[in-house]
Write a protein of this length. Structure first.
Length: 173
């Protein structure tokens, strides 16, 4: 085999292996974030299932530095200027709001998102009790919301996390 054929075969092999690795992880869903409440927030959130948990990965820009509440909300509707159309936190089993790792919390309660000094955030977390699809705990068709302030994980009904600065509808991609 000549050098050009070997190179072409190597490039094709890498592309094939990359595609297989991505496909092997199972189904995924994502949400493109749109700015709300007069913010300049933008980004993308990807959801995938692994080992009985829901993996959440996000890349976000335009935030104020610091922590921000980050939740799955009940309705897949981000049309209101303040994202109120997304309704409340997704709460499939009727629990009070709480810490995402505690025994009582909304299904949509997730760890806070942390923005750096430039307002950018890269987020990765695994949460229990949610799935991509399912009659009770499925998130596809719902929304993901970023709030202006951190979630305190105790105030009812939503952790005192302030206005909704970004919203995206979760869809299979």
């Amino acid at each position: 085999m000549n050098r050009h054929a070997t190179y072409a075969l190597s490039v094709l092999s890498i592309a094939f292996l990359g595609a297989c690795a991505t496909g092997m992880g199972g189904p995924s869903a994502s949400a493109d974030l749109a700015a709300r409440s007069g913010s300049a927030v933008s980004g993308n959130v990807v959801f995938s299932e692994a080992g009985g948990k829901l993996r959440v990965e996000a890349t976000v820009a335009g935030l104020t530095p610091g922590e921000h509440g980050f939740h799955v909300h009940e309705a897949g509707d981000c049309s209101a200027p303040d994202a109120s159309s997304a309704k409340g936190h997704f709460n499939p089993v009727g629990q009070p709001h709480g810490h995402y790792a505690g025994p009582e919390h909304h299904g949509g309660d997730m760890p806070n998102l942390l923005a750096d000094a430039q307002g950018n955030a890269r987020y990765s977390a695994e949460v229990s009790g949610l799935s991509l699809s399912g009659a009770t705990n499925g998130i596809v068709g719902r929304s993901v919301v970023i709030h202006a302030d951190p979630d305190d994980y105790k105030s009812q009904p939503a952790g005192n996390s302030g206005k909704r600065v970004a919203c995206g509808v979760i869809a299979v991609r």
